[in-house]
Design a protein around this ligand. Structure first.
Ligand SMILES: [Zn+2]
Length: 190
């Protein structure tokens, strides 16, 4: 994860890119990722969090893009109806009944609830949501909406819109490995 010189979270880059930033003195390592990287003539701690040495201006983004990964991250990978691990995205007010595809109407849900609910509204089922869906905000969501998380990042995301209690962690997420979209969705679905 890359932080601006001001500590504001910026983006996630492959570890190789982070190493290049450090070697070129464009960034310093704040958190190490465990096993060091070996090269022909030197050994370098693998970075987990780096901070740019110079402040870069970033365009202000209007809201967090509504993606499956971002919804799962906001809802901590849990079904908003029963708290089981989520496997799908649900429109609270079904689209067939005029429900919008918007942050306050899109939630993560488990397969069973999604199936039982089908295109019925909650009031018809007598269901309640565990938490009210809202649009996430803050620069932490530049990172979180990617769907990748690392416990070492969390202290740097607090104060930038990360609701730490809600975030899912990958307990055995391998250091520095950029996992493909497919593999990640399989994990989420598991
Ligand atoms: Zn459920």
């Amino acid at each position: 994860m890359v932080l601006n010189a001001s500590y504001e979270p910026l983006c996630v880059v492959p570890q190789r890119r982070a190493v290049v930033l450090v070697l070129n003195l464009k960034a310093i390592t704040l958190e190490e990722a465990g096993s060091p990287l070996h090269a022909a003539s030197f050994e370098l701690p693998a970075p987990a969090v780096v901070k740019l040495t110079r402040y870069v201006r970033v365009p202000v983004r209007r809201g967090v893009p509504l993606t499956r990964r971002a919804v799962f991250a906001r809802d901590a990978g849990r079904c908003v109806y029963c708290d089981a691990p989520a496997t799908s995205i649900d429109h609270v007010i079904p689209r067939s009944r005029g429900g919008r595809h918007a942050w306050d109407n899109v939630v993560s849900s488990c397969r069973r609830c999604n199936h039982v609910k089908a295109d019925r509204p909650l009031i018809e089922l007598g269901w309640r949501m565990k938490r009210q869906p809202v649009q996430p905000s803050g620069s932490a969501w530049r990172i979180l909406s990617s769907g990748r998380t690392d416990p070492r990042w969390m202290p740097y995301l607090r104060g930038y819109g990360a609701d730490v209690e809600l975030l899912p962690f990958e307990p055995h997420w391998p250091d520095g490995i950029v996992v493909s979209e497919g593999a990640r969705s399989q994990r989420l679905a598991a």
